[in-house]
Structures are given as structure tokens and as C-alpha cells.
Design a protein around this ligand. Structure first.
Ligand code: DO4
Ligand code: MG
Length: 294
């Protein structure tokens, strides 16, 4: 994780143990941990564990920290229609509910080449507790809770995080060429709170994802899914992103959604979105409808 130190307001990189103890790390970023581990020829998790055994945890608890994005991802990309549920939801948008038509969503679900689109940049991406903005020209907006892959420059998976690929279903459903506008605007993407190091994950197809949306402190939407429902492999998605491309270290690739709120639901100012992924944590963001104040 990264958090803001109370007095100096400087960002601090830290590790959180399974017991929720927080240890600050003598590095400025997640990528520095990866680099140092490489030069010492050790696994990043062993480097971090060695530091933990030689230090004491912070007196503040994890819940008291002002969390920041765990990595300042230069770019965020996203894969789409990687779960059956996402394909069905897009078909509903694109066909006004006439689900017998075959669409380009059906085609991409089965095609060799996955859908991968540009989602966000460092400046547009927010961390835990930050306000997500709604688009002012959409009346049908939802969060998309997704597992995020944190990539190195070769497209290798360094770790896993949580991401929210906020989406405008009406804009996307009107015309597929509107996808960038349905997906990308200021504060339309959040990531965090933590990065789970790749080498500590035995089976990345066993993550449990849950999403809860609260309105006036009442739970209004709840859904859950597992990465075992994913149609693709994570390495496959990362290799398509990398093909003939530059992957900046720390790029996050969101891997698609499998949780879609009921069709009549749209986000509103003041809603709170909570996305939890097993062993990674909970990404909580309030929603604001003030996109004009960027
Ligand atoms: O096809 C449009 C976007 C799909 C997407 O974002 C998803 O499946 O998560
Ligand atoms: Mg998505």
C-alpha cells in the first residue's frame, strides 16, 4: 500500500501483513521494491519479509491511514467481454433487450483476439476513498469491479490489485464507436488499496470478487463472482496488450467485469461503491456528480 504521512503529507510505501499490521518500507514505490529484489536476485516477497522481520509495525492501524493509489500507474488498460455475464449485459444495451440477435460482443467473446481498450492515465486514476465522478451526459452509469494486473515493462504480471472500470451503459449501447467516451473521463477509474505480489498467489483463477453499492447508507446493489468464470487467461490478456506496444512499468490491466447491477440501476451522487477481492482488500469510493469541477 501507499499512504499519506500525517505530518509531512508525504507518501509512504508500506507492507500489510495478514494480521493487518502495517510496516513502512525503505523504498519510494512498488516498482523500486521490484527493482531492488531483481538486483539482489531475491523474490520481492522475500525482500519485504526480511524488512518486516527487522522492523516494528506502525502504531496506527490500517483503518486509520489515508490510503493512496498503491502504484502511480502511468496507464490503465482494460480488457472487455471476458466473462459471459459482461457479454450478456452489453448485448442488452446494444440491442434494446432483443437478446436473440448476434452482436460483435458475441464475436469478441469467442474470438482469438480479446477486446483491450485504453482506460485511464495517472492523472485520471484515483485511489481508495477518492471521489469517483459521474459523467454529466449519461443517465445509465455503473461501476465495473475488476481484478487488475500490475505489469512490468515486459508485460509480466508483478502483482494483483482491485480496479473500478466505471462505465456509461447508455453511451456504449448507443454506438460501439463511443466506447472511449463511455469509459474514459476524469476520475472514472479507481485502483487499490493494495497490490498482492504475484509470487504469493497460488491460483489467480480463485479470487472472489464482491461489489456492494450503498445509497443513504442502505445496501442497494450486491453481487459476487469468481475469477474462475473468466473466459481468458491473464497472461493471454497481458500478451495482447504487449504486442508491438510499449508497456510502461506499473501499467495496470483491468481484466473485465463479471458483476453487473440490475438493468434498471444507475449510480447517483452520494452513492458509495465497495469492491472487495479476497486477499487483496476492499476498494471504497464515494460517487460525485461534479465532473465540471476537475
Ligand atoms: O465492450 C465494452 C467494455 C467491456 C468491459 O469493460 C468489461 O467487460 O468489463
Ligand atoms: Mg470493464
Amino acid at each position: 500500500i501507499r499512504f499519506e504521512e500525517k505530518q509531512s503529507q508525504n507518501p509512504v510505501l508500506a507492507a500489510v501483513t495478514e494480521e493487518n499490521k502495517v510496516y513502512s518500507l525503505p523504498y519510494s514505490s512498488f516498482l523500486e521494491v521490484i527493482e531492488v529484489a531483481k538486483t539482489k536476485d531475491v523474490r520481492p516477497v522475500d525482500l519485504v519479509n526480511e524488512i518486516i522481520t527487522q522492523s516494528v509495525p506502525l502504531t496506527e492501524s490500517f483503518d486509520e491511514l489515508k490510503l493512496l493509489v498503491p502504484v502511480e500507474a502511468p496507464e490503465v488498460w482494460a480488457a472487455g467481454v471476458t466473462y459471459q455475464k459482461s457479454k450478456e449485459a452489453r448485448n442488452y444495451e446494444a440491442t434494446n433487450g432483443k437478446l436473440d440477435a448476434t452482436t460483435f460482443y458475441d464475436k469478441v467473446y469467442d474470438a482469438e483476439r480479446p477486446e483491450i481498450f485504453f482506460k485511464s492515465t495517472k492523472e485520471r486514476t484515483i485511489g481508495p476513498s477518492g471521489d469517483l465522478f459521474l459523467r454529466s451526459d449519461s443517465n445509465w452509469q455503473i461501476p465495473e469491479p475488476e481484478l487488475g494486473l500490475v505489469l512490468g515493462s515486459e508485460g509480466e504480471i508483478l502483482g494483483y490489485t482491485i480496479g473500478n472500470d466505471m462505465s456509461c451503459r447508455d453511451i456504449e449501447g448507443e454506438n460501439p464507436l463511443y466506447l472511449p467516451q463511455a469509459k474514459l473521463w476524469a476520475r472514472s477509474c479507481s485502483i487499490g488499496p493494495a497490490i498482492l505480489l504475484a509470487e504469493t498467489v497460488e491460483d489467480p483463477y480463485q479470487f472472489e470478487i464482491t461489489c456492494k453499492i450503498y445509497r443513504n447508507e442502505e445496501l442497494v446493489v450486491e453481487g459476487s463472482a469468481s475469477t474462475n468464470q473468466l473466459k481468458r487467461k491473464f497472461d493471454e490478456l497481458a500478451s495482447f496488450l504487449r504486442k508491438d506496444n510499449i508497456v510502461f512499468p506499473g501499467t495496470v490491466l483491468l481484466t473485465g467485469t463479471c458483476i453487473v447491477p440490475p438493468n434498471e440501476f444507475t449510480l447517483d451522487d452520494g452513492d458509495q461503491i465497495e469492491i472487495e477481492i479476497s486477499n487483496i482488500g476492499k476498494l471504497i469510493n464515494p460517487v460525485k456528480s461534479q465532473v465540471a469541477q476537475v
